[in-house]
Design a protein around this ligand. Structure first.
Ligand code: ATP
Length: 212
């Protein structure tokens, strides 16, 4: 099957933690494409600071000239909250059944997957790749842990054999970079340089983002 990946988030702002997991997962799964999917209105987060337009413009700048990286703005074109299940349905419709679709999440987000809208249906549309740290073990008692034990695979090549329904935990280089910390730095007039691409830093400065 053809195999494509999607990395959703608020990207407020995008930083090297996001880009690095994107690249590592793209390489290990030999993804044909990796799409960054900024959410318009995250159901789980309040206090998103930059506008959807600014957040997607920063993504655009961050992935410019990176082969195979793309921006997917479908959540911005929809009204209301950005539920991943709606996004995956729409992606599946676009790509058809003969494509393996991988939804990439950090292990922190994965742990609370059962709070996502219609979370058990996510597997009808995509695989989930959990970008985790070495030694990561989910709580097996939880509903999420039970889905994990039913669906877990350890071999990346398995995701190419079927279109959806599996979970692959994959160790990625840990970069302790957080968008929250970057926003706080900028608010205090400390430079976020070397935590994110220079073009994104310049954009933040030019548009006076995160200055409160
Ligand atoms: P905040 O600090 O504001 O919570 P964030 O960068 O953690 O921001 P998102 O932009 O929503 O939040 O993250 C998108 C995805 O990237 C999530 O699945 C998250 O788990 C993952 N992620 C974010 N930062 C890192 C990092 N430094 N290393 C690995 N994964 C990360």
């Amino acid at each position: 099957l053809r195999i494509v990946g999607f990395l959703g988030g608020t990207f407020d702002p995008v930083h090297f933690g996001h880009l690095r997991i994107g690249l590592e997962i793209k390489n290990v799964l030999a993804l044909d494409e990796l799409h960054f999917v900024p959410c318009a209105k995250p159901p789980h987060k309040s206090g998103v600071m930059a506008s959807a337009e600014h957040r997607s413009r920063m993504l655009e700048l961050a992935i410019e000239n990176i082969p195979g990286f793309a921006l997917d703005t479908r959540e911005l074109d929809r009204q209301g909250l950005s539920y991943s299940i709606d996004t995956l349905k729409s992606i599946r419709e676009e790509y058809g059944d003969a494509t393996s679709i991988c939804w990439i999440v950090g292990s922190d987000s994965f742990q609370s997957l059962d709070t996502w809208h219609q979370w058990e249906q996510l597997f009808d549309f995509a695989h989930i790749v959990v970008a985790c740290r070495p030694g990561w073990k989910p709580d097996v008692e939880s509903a999420v842990g039970q889905q994990l034990s039913r669906r877990i695979v350890n071999e990346p090549s398995q995701l190419k054999q079927t279109a959806c329904g599996l979970i692959l935990p994959w160790q990625v280089t840990q970069l302790a970079i957080s968008a929250t910390a970057i926003r706080e730095m900028v608010a205090k007039d400390f430079s976020p340089r070397f935590l994110l691409p220079d073009a994104v830093r310049d954009f933040i400065e030019l548009n006076k983002l995160y200055r409160q």
